[in-house]
Write a protein that binds this ligand. Sequence first.
Ligand SMILES: C[S@@+](CC[C@H](N)C(=O)[O-])C[C@H]1O[C@@H](n2cnc3c(N)ncnc32)[C@H](O)[C@@H]1O
Length: 455
Amino acid sequence: MGRTFRCRSRKKCRPVNLSSDPSFVQLTRWMSKNGWSQLCSLRLAKFVDTGRGLMALNNVSKGDVIVSIPKHLLITTATVSTSSFGQILSSCKGAKNCNFLCQELLVWFLVWERHLGNDSSWSEYVSTLPSSFSTPITLDECHFNSFPWFLQEQAAGMLELVQNCFSHLMAMIDSIRCSHCQQLAADIFKWDDFLWGWCCVNTRAVFIEPESVPSHSIPIKDRNCLALAPYLDMFNHSDNAKVKVGLNISNGCYEITTLQPFSKFKEVFINYGPHSNSKLFLEYGFILPSTIHDIVPLKFSHLIDAFKLVGKRIEYEYEKTKFCQNHELITQLYVSRSGLSWNCLTLLKILLSNCHQTKTWEQISFMGDKSSSGDIDFEKAKRATLEILEKDIINSQNLVFGKCSGACCTAVNNCNGTLNLFLALLKNFRSIIKISKGVVRRVSFFDLSSCDNIC
Ligand SMILES: C[S@@+](CC[C@H](N)C(=O)[O-])C[C@H]1O[C@@H](n2cnc3c(N)ncnc32)[C@H](O)[C@@H]1O
């Protein structure tokens, strides 16, 4: 490997400086004019692994405030109520179902301000927002059908919510004419615009105490706890980041304090919450190489099928199923890197039991895995469960590609990025199952050998 090659490779890994990006320059200028000042020396950059984010230009110490946004630069439902869009909403008052989800209002606000272009008082912020997203909700529904069941359910639920929110307000405002462009709302706002707004709010909004949002007259039907925060929404997420976030009452700014240091020229991260990769994929359109929160959910039917696979009959299947339902054991079924969850192990053990008495099943449910030491059938059932789950994931992997004709992609997603992400997520699931199989084998070996010793 020559020197030129090494230099080129190093350059490829280096973040690209985006500090002179015109929309970003305009954003910081506009924010400075409106009372914002940069407390921590950061630069906008494009990182190889995480995309656009913020880089430390000096060492950042534990306890440093990395960002501080004056309250009046946050977009909350109070901002919406005082905007020209808020005036339109007030003309809908009295209409049937005239109450809104907090997120729905922020979405429509962004869509409205984007259509105002340079005439929007938030144009400097709106022009920094991404134009496309890799969240699965932006895919055509045909792709959802290839997802593993738990992702399929969640993605379909999210899509239904977004569709309902879109039609909810469109029904109220479609005949209203915009005083800015004189067009009918029905001609201005399309599904793709709403989807864009939804993704912006879903991937960028921060939590704010509802009491901190100034009161207004728009009826909100859920917790009024979301805000969009210009500049602050440029921070990427890391599982390891530790931060303190909230409104500083003494200066009226929304602040993030880092509880760990960052070295000069490294990316500065915040933490969006203890999310699994499934959640990051569904809600934010990215995944991490690995997180401690990763699990692969299981269905009760996977456990039943495991018995079929090992050729074992379940005695009193109907009664046992009823018992497990009544004792809320058919919840929290998943596999993590440390193996099958407690409830999975308990269910397997109950299903294996030859006893007909609920008292015995109750005992098993208290003892869980411990009641099974050395039971070969139990080890076989555990392994079979993992085999079945892995097969499901492989099926899904085979299905997802070959479905896309390109015509199904929405304007806010060209599909390939999301499908590659999905593939990476499935790989992640398979690695969890693989590690878990090792755990099963180790436990099995340990249990059997300790059994031999006792004998
Ligand atoms: C609040 S924004 C952060 C800024 C964003 N990267 C941008 O360019 O505007 C959240 C989005 O950033 C991206 N993101 C955040 N953390 C990431 C990470 N660790 N790896 C990859 N992408 C990440 C995801 O697309 C996510 O939806």
